[in-house]
Design a protein around this ligand. Structure first.
Ligand SMILES: Cc1cc2nc3c(=O)[nH]c(=O)nc-3n(C[C@H](O)[C@H](O)[C@H](O)COP(=O)(O)OP(=O)(O)OC[C@H]3O[C@@H](n4cnc5c(N)ncnc54)[C@H](O)[C@@H]3O)c2cc1C
Length: 478
């Protein structure tokens, strides 16, 4: 019998989900089973989008690249970039590129991510229908390069959106010497992750860093002949503005799926194997909707990529949804949140610890002795162990303040091994083992375990463990 031909796999989108999918496929020998082609509309190889603020700060784009084009060549993966996929011809099994070339596939994977939501305001566009000079979105390396080239110290910036992305952009612009006002429609900052008090604490910390915040407001119109010079808010207030950053949400990028008649609701609908209803077509990452849920953080995209790589290399695996654990460094302030934000039953309890001077905040929401949600602003030491208590459904002690205030950061309720790096699922014990074997810095631990190389939010915790467990260095003798 002749050798079976390698199946053709075409992946649309070369973002963070694809990057992880490729690693997982290579680890399982999938690149020998499939002939893999990746189509990316951004130039170059894959990069770590979570670290984009570095580029906005001034780093070279190479600083965030996770797979240079040489990686693809070395692993026998064909990278077609920059190139836009137009649609999938699901009858002929071809991915059609904007350049016209069709690519035959046995397996097509949509990993097209999200796009910024850009509300329409008067005066926002130029005559060609493009965003007026001075108005930016914040999603790609290209967006960062354009914004950093335009914004000068002494300029005034208005950032629309007080979520993760808006606050991150605001901090970088403020550090670059701009006068920054964040305008946020919700009644508290980061209202997806925080309740009102949490949002207020975050606002005060942010204002202490030198930025200004208007909550419960939005932009009514943007003025300026050739470029932006002023925004008018919905209460009539006018703000001088040379730069406007629109960061008020994302929506799944589903254009290719729609043109291909692949079922889409909010996102591309997938089942527990990440398959769409169309045979041979799968989807992963922020473009998907699984069990009615769309995600906007990298951890779920990576979990989906891992399951799909297993499925397509013949290991039984199912995706059952991701628990939403956000641990983020927002404008220099650590924030963590999971589960519900508020009690919903009359018998639910909420316990709050407010540190007024530091504007730090911790809150647990309990149903009986079960943790159903928690949030932290500034003082996140207990978040990593509590999220595991939450995931396992363990009972909290009679007095939950015991775990909330266990400032040693050591194993909380239920003990056990904490996951320190949520992106790569690296446990405390694995990190301590590396340190005991000689890894004496966060970077050394990262090299061995990949911890802290995803979103980077666990860097402080990894460094703390290194300090705690590293053998003291012998003083050099002369
Ligand atoms: C500034 C910023 C900061 C963030 N910070 C965090 C954080 O701290 N923590 C966290 O968990 N998450 C964070 N995120 C979210 C995180 O980046 C995303 O969850 C992650 O990138 C999702 O991966 P993805 O592959 O689904 O989408 P993407 O990484 O967006 O990749 C999709 C790729 O597909 C391409 N594409 C789309 N359509 C086509 C087409 N038709 N043809 C060819 N290519 C196409 C897109 O251009 C893009 O390159 C941040 C995002 C941004 C923008």
């Amino acid at each position: 019998m002749s050798m079976a031909r390698r199946k053709e796999m075409v992946i649309v989108g070369n973002g963070m989900a694809t990057c992880r999918l490729l690693d997982e496929l290579v680890a399982r020998g999938g690149h020998e089973r499939y002939s893999i082609t990746v189509i990316g509309d951004e130039p170059g190889g894959a990069y770590n989008r979570v670290m984009l603020s570095k580029v906005l700060e001034g780093a070279e784009p190479d600083a965030v690249v996770t797979k240079p084009p040489s990686w693809y060549a070395e692993h026998g993966v064909r990278l077609v970039a920059p190139s836009v996929a137009e649609r999938i011809d699901v009858t002929e099994r071809r991915v059609v590129l904007q350049s016209g070339d069709p690519l035959r596939y046995d397996i097509a994977i949509l990993a097209t991510g999200s796009q910024p939501v850009v509300p329409h305001f008067n005066g926002m566009h130029d005559e060609q229908g493009e965003l007026k000079p001075g108005v930016f979105v914040y999603r790609t390396v290209d967006d960062c390069l354009k914004m950093r080239e335009y914004a000068r110290p002494g300029d005034n910036a208005v950032v629309l959106g007080g979520g993760l992305l808006g606050l991150e952009a605001a901090k970088v612009l403020s550090d670059r010497g701009l006068h920054v006002t964040v305008v946020h429609l919700g009644h508290g900052l980061m209202n997806t992750q925080l309740d009102f008090v949490g949002g207020e604490m975050l606002r005060r910390q942010i204002e202490r860093c030198g930025m200004f915040v208007r909550v419960g407001r939005t932009i009514e119109s943007i003025s300026g002949e050739q470029c932006v010079d002023r925004v008018t808010l919905d209460d009539g207030e006018q703000l001088a503005a040379d730069v406007v950053v629109v960061a008020c949400g994302i929506r799944p990028r589903v254009d290719v799926a729609k043109r291909s008649k692949i079922p889409v609701n909010k996102g591309i609908m997938v089942n527990d194997t990440l398959a769409t209803q169309v045979p041979g077509v799968y989807a992963i990452g922020e473009c998907t909707e699984h069990a009615g849920v769309t995600y906007g953080l990298v951890a779920p995209a990576w979990e989906q990529a891992t399951v799909l790589a297993a499925v397509l290399t013949g290991t039984q695996s199912r995706y059952r949804g991701s628990s939403l654990y956000a641990r983020l460094k927002v404008a220099g302030v650590e924030v963590a949140s999971f589960g519900v934000l508020e009690p919903s039953l009359e018998t639910d309890r909420a316990i709050q610890v407010i540190e007024e001077r530091d504007f730090a905040y911790r809150k647990l929401i309990l149903r009986g002795r079960q943790l159903i949600g928690a949030m932290f602003v500034g003082n996140v030491g207990q978040a990593a162990s509590l999220v595991q208590t939450f995931d396992r459904g363990d009972a909290l002690p009679e007095d939950p303040l015991e775990v909330l205030c266990n400032i040693t950061g050591g194993g909380a309720a239920g003990g056990g091994d904490r996951t320190i790096c949520n992106c790569f699922k690296v446990s405390e014990s694995a990190i301590v083992a590396c340190v005991k074997e000689g890894a004496d810095s966060c970077e050394a631990v990262s090299e061995l375990t990949k911890a802290a190389t995803g979103c980077g939010s666990c860097k402080t915790e990894v460094s703390r463990l290194v300090q705690l467990h590293a053998k003291p260095k012998l003083a050099a003798t002369g």
